[in-house]
Ligand binder design. Structure first.
Ligand SMILES: Cc1cc2nc3c(=O)[nH]c(=O)nc-3n(C[C@H](O)[C@H](O)[C@H](O)COP(=O)(O)O)c2cc1C
Length: 181
């Protein structure tokens, strides 16, 4: 049976997961139901992904509310993501159909955002479309091509909660209608 450890928040614990033979881990603070005031999980994600490399699969959850949030997690090292609260919102509005609708919205938003970033296949998403939260710098594309089409969100941030809104996204290609002079 595959062993997946949820709630990993440090590179050191991630390395131990790999060392002890886990198949995967979930970078998560259980939707903020953990120690308050820690680094956000989206900031931990690239460090954890780097620490384990391809020794195990890295998943992510916490605070994902839009397709762009999903893309940021994929770009920063997650192979897959989970959502918690949005599922319950869909459920409370319209039962099973509401849950389905919620997932469809996320899927559609993800697809649109990936396209806006100039990526044609979700499997080819990499750090070049995301601002690295550890360094505070872009993954490389903005400096080379000069366009930053996808706006940053300025949602209020809550200390200790996972927060993808501080990560910027970048288009990999020039789009004539938006090109800056
Ligand atoms: C109603 C509810 C119950 C939860 N119960 C657990 C739990 O028993 N164990 C756990 O590890 N995480 C639990 N979680 C956290 C989720 O597994 C998940 O990590 C979190 O909801 C993801 O963040 P999000 O809600 O912002 O998407 C729960 C979440 C919710 C909303």
């Amino acid at each position: 049976m595959p062993l997946v450890i949820k709630g990993v928040q440090t590179a050191e614990d991630a390395r131990l997961c790999a060392e002890y033979g886990c198949e995967a881990l979930v970078v998560s603070n259980h939707g903020g139901h953990a120690l308050q005031g820690t680094e956000g999980t989206i900031e931990m994600l690239p460090k954890i992904a780097d620490a384990v490399g391809d020794r195990l699969e890295v998943y992510f959850d916490g605070g994902l509310r839009k397709g762009a949030d999903v893309l940021k997690a994929l770009a920063l090292g997650a192979r897959a993501v989970f959502v918690g609260l949005p599922i319950f919102w869909g459920l409370s509005v319209n039962g099973e159909e509401g849950v389905r609708h919620c997932l469809e919205i996320l899927r559609t938003e993800l697809s649109v955002t990936i396209g806006l970033c100039g990526v044609t296949d979700v499997k080819r998403v990499d750090r070049s479309v995301a601002q690295d939260p550890a360094s505070g710098s872009a993954g490389g594309v903005v400096g080379e091509h000069g366009d930053d089409l996808v706006g940053r969100q300025d949602d209020a941030q809550t200390a200790g909660l996972p927060d993808a809104s501080k990560i910027g996204l970048h288009s990999r290609r020039r789009q004539p209608g938006y090109a800056r002079g």
